[in-house]
Write a new protein. Structure first.
Length: 297
């Protein structure tokens, strides 16, 4: 039975995953390379719990229990000794993930399941960095993790039925809706979403319409809750670029080639909400306002 969770990475996805597990009663060890990153992650979790309390969906006692379920570590080997499941939520970089999985395999107990929150990288390739490919699986959560119900459960070539069934059923205890997905670049969510975002950027790049106009068409005409350019900002333009590159390399299809505007914005450090500027302006006040809206749904 899965009881003890380790989450690697205290950034946007990592702290959201840790929050979700902890609020569901699991013991969570949150790992990052610096205490500063861990402190930021805990601050974000606390702020988001306060928003849930303000909506009347959580008590102060439940908040205290959730935070009490989280311990922080800067050394992976110190955090994984009793782990039943490790969820890697580091930057969407293949070399980094392969390195982390090699370390996870070295330090984790023999029966521990190793999961990755990758948005697009092959689970089979990640599993090859370990000696337990049957226990490696993808758990692709959506952002913001505490709010979004979907989690893609991705089987690698060697993922065992036991591993898949265990993660699939456990995901339900988090209040999520797990969906079985096979191991192809971009899986389902990003294979469909990223070409739409890329085409939206292409439409802007070609001068067909402005940022707000494009988003308004998709929100009011297609009933999307958020326009594709705002969504790209929320995901992170660097993450969008990384996913498109993985799909382009995997499929060798020009429809996945990133638009030059996206490439240039990432090179210029305009990454969206996390950098303070993307297709929209995100000063501290506006950033807080936009995030608050996501948690008010």
């Amino acid at each position: 039975m899965i009881k003890n969770i380790v989450v690697i990475g205290a950034g946007t996805m990592g702290n959201g995953i840790a929050h979700t597990f902890a609020q569901s009663g699991f013991k969570v060890n949150l790992v990052d390379v610096s205490q500063e990153a861990l402190d930021r992650g805990l601050k974000t979790i606390t702020t988001n719990l306060d928003r849930i309390i303000a909506k009347g969906n959580l008590t102060e006692e439940q908040k205290a229990e959730t935070l009490g379920n989280i311990a922080t570590f800067t050394a992976l080997q110190d955090a994984v000794g009793s782990a039943d499941l490790i969820v890697e939520a580091a930057t969407e970089n293949q070399e980094l993930k392969l390195k982390i999985f090699g370390q996870m395999d070295e330090f984790a107990p023999e029966n521990c399941i190793l999961a990755t929150n990758t948005s697009s990288i092959s689970i089979t390739k990640i599993a090859a960095a370990t000696k337990r490919a049957d226990k490696v699986i993808g758990m692709h959560f959506m952002n913001p993790v505490p709010i979004m119900k979907l989690v893609e459960i991705i089987k690698g070539y060697s993922t065992s039925k036991e591993t898949f069934d265990s993660i699939y059923e456990m995901s339900k205890t988090l209040g999520k809706v797990p969906v079985e997905v096979n191991d192809y670049p971009g899986f389902v969510a990003n294979r469909i979403l990223m070409p739409m975002i890329n085409e939206s950027i292409e439409t802007l790049y070609n001068g067909v319409a402005g940022v707000e106009e494009i988003d308004t068409v998709m929100k009011l005409g297609m009933a999307h809750p958020m326009g594709p350019l705002q969504l790209a900002d929320f995901i992170g333009l660097d993450v969008c670029l990384a996913i498109l590159n993985v799909m382009y390399d995997g499929f060798k299809n020009p429809k996945y080639a990133p638009n030059p505007l996206l490439v240039n914005m990432v090179m210029a450090g305009k990454l969206g909400i996390k950098s303070g500027e993307g297709f929209y302006d995100y000063s501290e006040s506006k950033k807080a306002e936009k995030v608050a809206k996501m948690f008010s749904k």
